[in-house]
Design a protein around this ligand. Sequence first.
Ligand code: SF4
Length: 406
Amino acid sequence: MANLGYLQVVRHCNHVCGFCSNPTTPYEHDFDSMKVLVDDFVRRGYFGIILTGGEPTLHPELPRITAYAREQGLHVRMITNGSRLADRRFAEELARAGLQLAHVSIYSVRPEVEARLRGTEGTLEKAFGALDAAHAAGIELNVNCVINKLNADHLDANVQHLVRHHPQVRHFVWNNLDPSMGRAEVNQDQFTPRLADFELSLHRALRFLAKSGRTFRVEKVPLCYMTDFAWASTETRKIVKGEERIVFFLDAKQAVRQTDWEHVYAEGCAVCTLREICGGLFDRGEGYDPAELHPVFVDRDAVVERIITDPADPAYALRDLRAWRADFARRVEETKAARRRRLPLAEGQAAEREAMRDRAAPAVGKLTERGKRRFEAKRRSEARKVAERGVALERLGEQLPETEGG
Ligand code: SF4
């Protein structure tokens, strides 16, 4: 399986997004604490690693851990806001270290919308600069976009602009906003979209990209809101192929291993032909409404076949439907058994997260006095910045060790 693991390199950032789901914490990494986690991915037979944050380019050891992960045979990627990557010398340094793919996050090509979402002025030009600098350095490029209330109506305009002006970008990734964590949780009214807000513009964006020969993935969007492109759903692809994901959170959550991709369903889902391969509604934090779901009656196997025969994705070994059905039936039974085992725990979001915590994994990051001081200073400065923009600061909780988080 082509499992990809996420390593949060830092949790501070040079932007102040109003819906940040992974804000600043007092935990820090040095090279050795990251190396242990890279080794853990290698031991588990993972295909690749995604270096993320916070903003990973703010860690001085980023080139070194990139080189180390690459030497261990991992495919090395990074998710970045692009502000530092726009520096050509830095892009070249990362390319030399072995960075293969950069996901540059751009929420809107409208500068005023991007600035409002980022809580920072002038970030869009830098993100565009990062696309050019990384390309010049030989790093492959994706654009990542969090779907939210402010960009929901122009996802199609975003990709049209990017394809026209930055044709080197060949792959696009959308994440519907996670309203359950960090600053996103306390600013749901400002940033969490309704599913219907983006249905049309997402459909237009996907149709445009398909015609222009680009590839794409969409995460946390129920299939009834992307039926024609159901094969591009990240959750659906993971359900179909039986993949897992580990995130090494640089906070109290620590190592989280996700093998079950199902979220919330409505009564109507029971008759929906895509139910078995749909991740449902990502309603953690109760930002979305199950009443927005509606059953669809399309050919499930056509979606499955498109995924398992994708020539660009050889991750799943079984390439015909009969073999897939047998393998899938076995995995469904295993998942049901795992859910029954954790049933006593399965009340509420916290218990669900606890069930996903991998306590056998190495510790993630370190808590030092310097880290605590930096966290407190950063939190004070972010409190000022978000207040100026009418955005609330995240509650203290999972950023801190369990005994301190309350
Ligand atoms: S109705 Fe339910 S199962 Fe069907 S596509 Fe929508 S969320 Fe998925």
